[in-house]
Design a protein around this ligand. Structure first.
Ligand code: AMP
Ligand code: ZN
Ligand code: FE
Ligand code: FE
Length: 286
């Protein structure tokens, strides 16, 4: 059974820097046995990744859904990984399209705010940088870097820039609705980096218990945005709630420093994940 399993990566279909074909080749070169492609709010990378799948590598088709929990004011944004769901399930397709459209409007508004303050970035340039992928703040970060205003993506996500001052909310999917839609599409929902407090507000464990009751299957524990204590906490919570645990790189190419396979998922958890799915199958190349 495969043992190097990375269940969270991004391609140019969202805010990564490798094309889906380059991503699966890089995954094979990194020695992975299983890789999941989980672009933000899109399945556009699935076909090109499949077509380029190197022999010996298994591909898990997935996505990372932009969600929100309305239990606090203001509502808390969070990410839900969804694996092996039917990409034609109408309600889910409609929600993803709505979120992607809203991301474009939000990106344009962020650029307008920057320009109003005299910052020399342009919306056409940001759009061109995204090259048809789901628009996100990393694309605006790249424009800030090109303009010489910040030195790194990390700096661009600081409080003076996209982290606070020029941060606008997205139109996300209610997280309970998202869990139900993913399950209805035969998919497996896993809460991405649930304790990543360094990224912003996090949700209480009670919410995770409620999500488990409506169909959440797993928690991503081993992730670079979790401290060792946070990782241990997520492992403990998963055991308590009977959820499976994943580990993954959340690779974004050169938009982040993390490498493919930096964190991995145990084979047993992976088998449980595949067994829980009925949307599409994992694919092994011949
Ligand atoms: P958005 O989806 O437009 O809100 O942008 C969020 C994306 O930016 C996430 O997918 C992260 O990969 C990336 N991101 C968030 N915080 C940081 C950070 N501090 N440094 C680099 N990338 C980040
Ligand atoms: Zn991203
Ligand atoms: Fe995420
Ligand atoms: Fe991600």
């Amino acid at each position: 059974m495969a043992d190097r399993i990375d269940l969270h990566t991004h391609s140019t279909a969202s805010d990564g820097t490798l094309s889906p074909a380059e991503l699966v080749r890089a995954a094979a070169e990194a020695g992975l046995d299983v890789v999941a492609i989980t672009d933000h709010d899109t399945t556009d990378g699935w076909q090109p990744a499949l077509r380029a799948l190197p022999s010996g590598l298994r591909l898990v088709r997935g996505a990372e859904l932009s969600c929100r929990w309305y239990g606090e004011q203001p509502p808390v944004p969070l990410h839900l990984l969804a694996y092996l769901f039917d990409p034609d399930a109408p309600e889910l397709v409609a929600e993803l399209a709505r979120v992607r459209t809203a991301r474009v409007a939000r990106g344009e508004r962020i650029v307008a705010l920057l320009r109003a303050d005299g910052v020399d970035v342009s919306w056409p340039e940001v759009l061109a940088g995204a090259a048809g992928g789901t628009i996100g703040r990393p694309h605006i970060a790249q424009a800030l870097i090109r303009a010489g205003l910040v030195a790194s993506t990390t700096e661009a996500f600081g409080p003076d820039w996209l982290g606070v001052r020029y941060r606008l909310p997205k139109e996300d999917i209610d997280v309970f609705h998202a869990v139900r839609l993913v399950r209805a599409a035969g998919g497996v929902p896993v809460f991405a980096h649930p304790r990543a407090s360094r990224r912003g507000r996090i949700v209480p464990d009670e919410l995770i218990a409620e999500l488990a009751a409506v169909g959440l299957v797993g928690l991503e524990a081993d992730h670079e945005d979790h401290s060792p204590d946070e990782r241990a906490h997520v492992h403990g919570l998963a055991a308590e709630l009977g959820l499976l645990v994943t580990g993954s790189s959340d690779f974004h190419g050169t938009h982040k420093s993390v490498r493919l396979g930096a964190f991995t998922t145990e084979a047993e958890a992976y088998e449980r994940l595949v067994a829980a799915s009925s949307g599409v199958t994992e694919v092994a190349s011949g």
